[in-house]
Design a protein around this ligand. Structure first.
Ligand SMILES: Nc1nc2c(ncn2[C@@H]2O[C@H](COP(=O)(O)OP(=O)(O)OP(=O)(O)O)[C@@H](O)[C@H]2O)c(=O)[nH]1
Length: 385
């Protein structure tokens, strides 16, 4: 252990900082609006790199510059990564608190730098505070995803390594410095060289999880109304029908189509047409329960599967949707609804074909509602359409 070249370890930490900064800043450049936090995350390792270079040049540049500025940059780097995570979860940035903390650290360092154990208490001590704050932030916001759990574990390890150095600081000679080998210093620096790498991997994982969630949202949610797409609806509805096999409770399916929507577009313009679609989406979300499955089936056509709902109840819900007033500023519009019951069945037909046949029945009922003059709900006969 005593043969470890501590200067090489410190410079290695800096080199890791540059590599990880490149990855994080690339992530930021590719997704600026979605991952603004990655700019802070990337600035952190760069600052740590600058700090390690200054520390590594000990002997070639003056000790106060190396010690005070070097440690200052490293501390600022850890703070930048923490602030990045604050941004990531839209938490207010406690900038001034950290600026003061950094100032206090620099002032303390500049007065005590010749005293190594004291320096060792101040710098790793402040770093431990920052890492603990970062740990707490992630614990509060994301302790269930893989990236969150990875970071929680890793930051706990970093905090312990720093606390270990503070606890063993008094064992060092007063005139020692960063590169004076000791068993404690070797363990600390070797673990610290890895800490930046692990922290960055965790942050990249967090960023990727957010991108993945966004892409999933784009694929499963209609961007105009915020309602699930037809494909997402189908998946959820099939799942609901499988559940119905166990609950043996009746379900109902509604097909809903805005009346003379072309006329709305032609009279008020396409933008107002879009506003009407959004308004109707809101109306559906307000009237339906969280357990109901909703989808935008086509242009101005929507679909809803109501689990554990007898047909009389479904009719009442359909009427509530139909008569719900339009929001202020939205031109009046009406809706036609086709409704069908989906009774539980012991038959072994596939869920896809059960859903298809229910949609066929509801569609035929909707067609009838249109033919009867629109602005009404028609219940389908149970035999397949
Ligand atoms: N503004 C807007 N219009 C859309 C959108 N999707 C489809 N449409 C329009 O919706 C209209 C649907 O017209 P039609 O299928 O003739 O139906 P309709 O005018 O509602 O008549 P009925 O359904 O018979 O009452 C078309 O003019 C489409 O261009 C959209 O996302 N936004």
């Amino acid at each position: 252990m005593n043969e470890l070249d501590l200067r090489a370890v410190v410079l290695l930490l800096g080199a890791i900082g540059v590599l990880t900064a490149v990855v994080l800043l690339h992530l930021w450049r590719q997704n600026r609006s979605l991952l603004e936090a990655a700019a802070w995350w990337g600035a952190g390792p760069l600052s740590i790199f600058a700090g390690t270079v200054l520390l590594g040049l000990r002997g070639l540049i003056g000790a106060p510059v190396s010690i005070v500025l070097g440690n200052g940059f490293i501390l600022a780097g850890a703070i930048a990564m923490y602030l990045g995570s604050c941004r990531f979860w839209n938490q207010p940035l406690p900038r001034w608190l950290w600026v003061w903390l950094a100032l206090v650290a620099l002032l303390a360092l500049s007065t005590v730098w010749p005293h190594y154990p004291l320096r060792l208490t101040i710098v790793p001590g402040l770093m431990a505070v920052v890492q603990l704050a970062h740990w707490r932030l992630i614990w509060r916001h994301d302790r269930h995803s893989f990236g969150g759990r990875f970071l929680i574990g890793w930051l706990a390890f970093c905090t312990l390594a720093l606390a270990f150095r503070v606890a063993t600081a008094h064992l060092e000679r007063v005139d020692a410095d960063l590169f004076t080998p000791s068993i404690w210093q070797n363990i600390y620096l070797a673990s610290y060289a890895f800490s930046l790498l692990g922290e960055t991997i965790g942050l990249v994982l967090l960023g990727q999880q957010r991108l993945h969630a966004h892409i999933r949202e784009l694929a499963t949610q209609d961007s105009l109304t915020g309602i699930p797409t037809r494909t997402a609806f189908w998946e959820a509805a099939v799942h609901e029908l499988q559940r119905q096999q166990r609950t043996v409770k009746p379900a109902a399916l509604l097909m809903l189509d805005l009346d003379h929507f072309k006329r709305i577009n032609d009279t008020y313009g396409h933008q107002t047409g879009d506003a009407v679609l959004r308004d109707f989406g809101q109306r559906l979300k307000r009237v339906l329960r969280a357990t109901d499955r909703l989808g935008r089936y086509g242009g101005e056509e929507f679909i809803a599967l109501l689990p554990e709902t007898p047909v009389t109840e479904a009719l009442a819900i359909a009427e509530r949707i139909r008569t719900f007033p339009a929001s202020d500023g939205i031109p009046p519009y009406t809706v036609s609804i086709g409704l069908t019951a989906i009774p539980p069945t012991a038959a072994s037909s596939s869920m896809d074909s059960r859903l298809e046949s229910a949609i066929g029945r509801a569609d035929a009922a909707l067609y009838q509602a249109k033919a009867l003059g629109r602005d009404q709900t028609v219940q389908a006969a149970l035999s397949p359409a």
